[in-house]
Design a protein around this ligand. Structure first.
Ligand SMILES: [Zn+2]
Ligand SMILES: [Zn+2]
Length: 336
C-alpha cells in the first residue's frame, strides 16, 4: 500500500492553524492539531501520538506556521486517546505548557496508562460477560496494550469542566463536555469565529467508536446522543474535527449521525430476533466496514463494545432485557 502524503499545514483563519500529525499504522493516518496564535505564544488543541516522527512533524508544522515548540503555552486535549493525548507530556517537557483535560478523562489516566493490571482484569470479566469465545479471551484482553508506548504518562495541570473558558488570550473559547466517545470528551467552541473544534465527537465521514468497556460510563451511547444534541445547538460556521477534514454543516452531520445509530438499533433488534443472544453474537451479525471474520484484536473488542452500547440504549427504551449470568443473554421485551 502506498502511503498517501499528509494534508498540508493550513491557515484555517487568521491566527489559527491546522497541523496534521501522523499516526503510525492506523487507517486514520493523522490527527489534526490546531494552533491558536496569541501574544504569549501558541496554544494547541490536541497533541498527537508519542513517536519521534509525530513529534518531529508537529515541530516542523509549528515552525511553518511561524511558531516554536518551546513557546507553546497550553495544550487543550479533547480526550484521553493516545492519538490526542500521547504527545501532551512531551510538549510540556519542551515548552513548560500546561496540559488540560476533562476530569472524567483525567481520572482514567492512572489505570489505563500507569498500572493497567486492574483494568486488564476488568476487561477479562467483561469479555466473559459479553460471551467472547474462551479461545479468544487472552489475546483480546491484551489487545490494547501495544498502544502504551505511544503515550507519555502525564497528568493534566488544568481540569476543564463543561462551560469553562480555557485561558487562551484574545480568543473566546469555551469547553463543551461531550461524553460518549470517552467519558470526558471535550469539544471547544470559538465564539467570535463560530468555529466548533469537535475532536472525535463529530467527524465528517466516519462515525466515532462508542462502546461499553470497563472505563466507560454505563450507557455511553445515551450520553453520546445527548452530547450530539448539545453541540448541534451551537451556531457554527465551520467544524474543525481531529481527523479527516474540516467541514461546513454541523447540524446536518448531527442528524446523519443520529440516523446512523437509529439504523444500528434496528440491526441489533433484528439480530436478537434472529437468535443472537450475547453481545458477541449480536456484534457478529451486524454490518461492519469489513466481514466479521476479518475484524481482529482490538477492533473486535471495540465492535462488541459498540454492539453492547446499542443494546444498553434499547434496554433503557424498554425494548430489550438482560438475563443475568455469564454470559449475559439478551432478549426482546414481548409487547403485551
Ligand atoms: Zn478517540
Ligand atoms: Zn482520534
Amino acid at each position: 500500500m502506498v502511503e498517501q502524503p499528509l494534508p498540508p499545514v493550513e491557515r484555517v483563519r487568521p491566527g489559527l492553524w491546522s497541523i496534521p500529525v501522523p499516526i503510525p499504522n492506523n487507517p486514520l493516518r493523522y490527527v489534526l492539531v490546531y494552533a491558536f496564535e496569541t501574544d504569549k505564544g501558541p496554544y494547541l488543541v490536541d497533541a498527537g501520538w508519542n513517536t519521534d516522527d509525530a513529534f518531529g512533524v508537529l515541530c516542523q508544522g509549528l515552525t511553518h506556521a511561524g511558531f516554536d515548540i518551546a513557546n507553546v503555552q497550553g495544550v487543550l486535549v479533547t480526550h484521553i486517546h493516545p492519538d490526542h493525548y500521547g504527545l501532551a507530556g512531551r510538549i510540556r517537557e519542551s515548552s513548560g505548557a500546561w496540559v488540560a483535560l476533562h476530569p472524567a478523562d483525567a481520572a482514567l489516566v492512572h489505570d489505563r496508562y500507569e498500572e493497567p493490571d486492574d483494568l486488564l482484569d476488568r476487561v477479562a470479566t467483561m469479555l466473559r460477560r459479553v460471551g467472547a469465545p474462551e479461545a479468544e479471551l487472552e489475546s483480546l484482553q491484551r489487545s490494547a496494550m501495544p498502544v502504551l508506548p505511544f503515550v507519555v504518562t502525564t497528568h493534566p495541570d488544568v481540569l476543564l469542566e463543561d462551560g469553562d473558558k480555557p485561558e487562551v488570550p484574545g480568543w473566546d473559547l469555551v469547553a463543551i463536555w461531550t461524553p460518549g466517545h470517552t467519558a470526558g470528551h471535550l469539544c471547544f467552541y470559538e465564539r467570535n469565529m463560530r468555529l466548533m473544534l469537535s475532536g472525535d465527537h463529530v467527524l465528517p465521514r466516519i462515525t466515532p467508536n462508542i462502546s461499553v468497556h470497563p472505563q466507560a460510563p454505563s450507557n455511553p451511547l445515551a450520553d453520546y446522543l445527548a452530547s450530539l444534541e448539545k453541540v448541534g445547538e451551537y451556531e457554527t460556521e465551520e467544524v474543525l474535527p481531529a481527523h479527516e477534514h474540516r467541514f461546513v454543516g454541523l447540524s446536518a452531520r448531527v442528524a446523519e449521525l443520529r440516523a446512523h445509530h437509529e439504523q444500528r438499533f434496528v440491526e441489533v433488534t433484528d439480530a436478537i430476533a434472529d437468535g443472537a443472544v450475547t453481545a458477541w453474537d449480536i456484534a457478529s451479525q451486524m454490518q461492519w466496514s469489513r466481514p466479521w471474520e476479518r475484524i481482529n484484536g482490538f477492533m473486535r473488542r471495540a465492535a462488541v463494545g459498540e454492539a453492547l452500547a446499542h443494546v444498553r440504549v434499547l434496554e433503557e427504551r424498554g425494548l430489550v432485557q438482560a438475563v443475568e449470568g455469564e454470559p449475559v443473554r439478551w432478549e426482546l421485551v414481548k409487547k403485551s
